[in-house]
Ligand binder design. Sequence first.
Ligand SMILES: [Mn+2]
Length: 304
Amino acid sequence: MFQPAWNFLGLPGDKASPEGARGWLLPVPYESTTSYGAGTREGPAAIIAASRQVELYDRDSGCEPAMRYGVHTMNPLAILQKSPDAMVRLIEEAVRGILCGNPKPEVLAVLGGEHTISAGVARGIARVLPKGSLVCVQIDAHADLRDEYEGSPFSHACAARRILDVCPVFQIGIRNISEGEESFRKKRRDVKTVFAEEATSPRGAFLKDLAKFVNGKNVFLTVDLDGLDPSIMPSVGTPEPGGVTWERMLDVIRVVSGNAEGVPVFDVVELAPIPGLRAPDFLAARLVYKIFTSVLMRPQAKKG
Ligand SMILES: [Mn+2]
């Protein structure tokens, strides 16, 4: 399924090799604790398949950005029948290893799989970066701030809480939160929640706060696709009405890449493809390409 030529965007070999690519992509088809709709293990393959139909030319950049920066599609992380906490540790080690490797990517994209994987991704990044330099921006319908869910601290419903163990979190598009999570977040200064009505309001006033939050920091951007509106993204386990539009998602990407010190890693999780429905898979592929391009094509001046 993942032959060498079968890579993200269908790039030629020299643009898809580890040495030739500034962006790397790690598929993590992990699914175990999903509570409602299932199928996220099919997510990474569906995104890569759809990406081969994505137009490489980008009007904002005036070129084919992927042909400049290159994207290397890694082999999917081997999913053995492991408990969520063993899996999180495995992902943590994998991400840490990739970020410390030689060659290594400037930007690593991780494709889920369920949101549980983001805990491992965050822990892997935190081990590589200087203390205090990492922040997380989370797009999601759910606060995911539970300390445990159905007996596991590494459930998808605890994703943001586990990320919070290693860095502050700015969450966008939330429209599903429990009483316990609501009182928890009100007590914490390291979590900022932008609820869906504010996230989707035309003015987008929160974007200023977001710019401040990421300023001078290394950002881990985690996109749970259910943060988007189900009218454009129905292929998720728990489609909640009232979500973020495509255009607002692009605003968020622009603000993050334009103000952060760097975006070393992002993930896109929870795609559960619906057979025969191509638009959501295509959206996810476009989204991954947009984030890569926004980060890797930004003016080098910022890097100093
Ligand atoms: Mn969610």
